[in-house]
Design a protein around this ligand. Structure first.
Ligand SMILES: [Zn+2]
Length: 72
């Protein structure tokens, strides 16, 4: 999914990913200025388990979000 960046001043994009445990959609803010490759954990709002998320941002500012199967 492409994420258009009409306003580069806004460096926080919202990305969403389905929880690997329960399937609930987890929405997280991604600070684009923090780097093109980021990893952090987010607690699922539905099942309260921590999910490790990997964020990659390409040169065009497209945000990709996926869970890390090695660090669930
Ligand atoms: Zn969950």
């Amino acid at each position: 999914m492409r994420v258009p960046l009409p306003h580069r001043a806004d460096l926080v994009e919202t990305a969403a990913l389905a929880c690997i445990y329960c399937g609930e959609t987890i929405t997280v803010p991604v600070d684009i200025s923090a780097g093109s490759s980021q990893q952090f954990t987010e607690e699922c709002p539905a099942c309260s388990r921590e999910v490790t998320l990997l964020v990659t941002i390409d040169r065009e500012g497209e945000v990709s979000l996926r869970s890390d199967p090695h660090y669930p």
